[in-house]
Design a binder for this molecule. Structure first.
Ligand code: ATP
Ligand code: MG
Length: 388
């Protein structure tokens, strides 16, 4: 009996988006991920489900794990394909029930017949297959309301499948359906989470890391590279840029009111990001800011920062608590990297008493002391692209 992996697309999303574009983007991402897995895989899309058929020698465990990071997929099932007649289905159920039901003590059978020419209606298939399970696992109890495992039998146009229910997929929108965003990626906990959340909405995410050599070092940079790798694991493609803000920070420290240091730097970050985004045709900026978390993330501070860029600044963490952000960071594997303690450019010149309620006039007056254009251009000239 052949093993299969089924990817189920959320029905709602399918209605909202152009179906064929959606399906093609998911398939592209799936092929891209599977190209790194041993064995070969054939793909066939039908009835809101992508069926992946691995070759005999394929590494199905790895393939299955990778499929859980494909955006646009609501659930991922692993199961078996069998012939489309009742005898073949019941013997498949008898053979595979011990594996698919594992240590469950209660189960139910749920049959879906999308091929309406199949001679048995769904309730009858469920009943027959439930009986087949009990033949080989007589200790199991049937529980229709909340079983430990639902053994699912799908009778489709081209084949019949059995599986033990799906695991949750990555959700979201297929990668590439929403354009591109530029993530201001620090080594902290929040910005990688913000990048993941925007990637999940179907965007490719490129990264921009601001460093301050010699105040920040190689280890801080490597940490950001490692974080970017994690985000790239979800989209398959990512450019990571670095820009030095050393001169900008030194000028700010020399000429501006200490209470405004962080905000001044943040405005430069936005200006530089906006220019890069312009150059590369990127539609939005992304930050990990969360309302009220630190002095530079009050409403007044955010509006002073937001006044600089011309494109939207997406802040998916804005309404989240640190603990909620941390949960996601753990889930996507960035947390352990983020907590490594290396200097960040923001912490290099941190004011003791930052302004929490800045006014635009106050900030503009401070900025007037600087050669904003020259500093921005020279910072942009330090840009490097790191290969991930
Ligand atoms: P994070 O955990 O993401 O660093 P944070 O809570 O520490 O966030 P800040 O340090 O104030 O907050 O930074 C706010 C946002 O500004 C970050 O989420 C990130 O998007 C951006 N940012 C801060 N420092 C840098 C940097 N060195 N390079 C690129 N972006 C940065
Ligand atoms: Mg930070």
């Amino acid at each position: 009996m052949k093993e299969i992996i089924l990817l189920k697309y959320g029905e709602l999303v399918l209605k909202g988006l152009n179906r064929s574009t959606f399906v093609a983007l998911v398939e592209k991402r799936v092929r891209n991920l599977l190209s790194g897995v041993s064995g070969s895989f054939s793909l066939r899309y039908a009835q809101s489900t992508l069926c992946i058929r691995p070759s005999e020698d394929a590494d199905v465990d790895t393939a299955f794990a990778l499929m859980k990071r494909v955006f646009g997929v609501a659930s991922v099932c692993r199961g078996y394909e069998c012939g489309k007649d009742m005898d073949a289905i019941t013997s498949a159920v008898r053979e595979k029930a011990p594996e698919l039901l594992g240590r469950a003590s209660t189960f139910r059978c749920n049959a879906k017949r999308s091929d309406k020419k199949f001679p048995y209606p769904s309730p009858e298939i469920s009943a027959i297959c439930g009986g087949a399970v009990l033949d080989v696992m007589p200790h199991l109890k049937v529980n229709m309301a909340s079983p430990d495992v639902t053994l699912t039998v799908e009778v489709r146009d081209d084949a019949a499948f059995i599986h033990g229910g799906g695991e949750r997929g990555a959700g979201g929108m297929p990668t590439g359906s929403g354009g591109r965003a530029l993530l201001l990626l620090s080594g902290g906990i929040d910005s990688p989470v913000a990048g993941y959340m925007i990637a999940k909405r179907g965007l490719y995410v490129d990264g921009l890391y601001f460093e301050s050599p010699p105040y920040t070092g190689d280890q801080a940079r490597e940490k950001v590279v490692a974080l970017a790798q994690k985000i790239k694991g979800y989209t398959g493609k990512m450019f990571l840029n670095t820009v030095s803000v050393t001169e900008i920070q030194e000028e700010i420290v020399k000429k501006c009111d200490e209470r405004t240091f962080t905000l001044m730097l943040r405005r430069f970050m936005m200006r530089i990001s906006d220019r890069l985004a312009e150059e590369f045709g990127i539609g939005a900026l992304v930050t990990g800011e969360s309302l009220g978390q630190v002095a530079s993330q009050t409403l007044e501070a955010l509006s002073v920062t937001d006044a600089v860029p011309t494109r939207p600044v997406l802040r998916p963490c804005i309404g989240m608590d640190k603990s909620e952000i941390t949960d996601i960071a753990r889930k996507i594997g960035t947390y352990d990297i983020s907590i490594l303690a290396y200097e960040d450019c923001c912490t290099v010149f941190t004011p003791k008493h930052p302004l929490t309620r800045p006014t635009p006039e106050q900030i503009e007056a401070e900025e007037a002391k600087l050669d904003v254009e020259g500093l921005t251009e020279r910072a942009l000239a330090t840009r490097e692209v790191i290969r991930l």
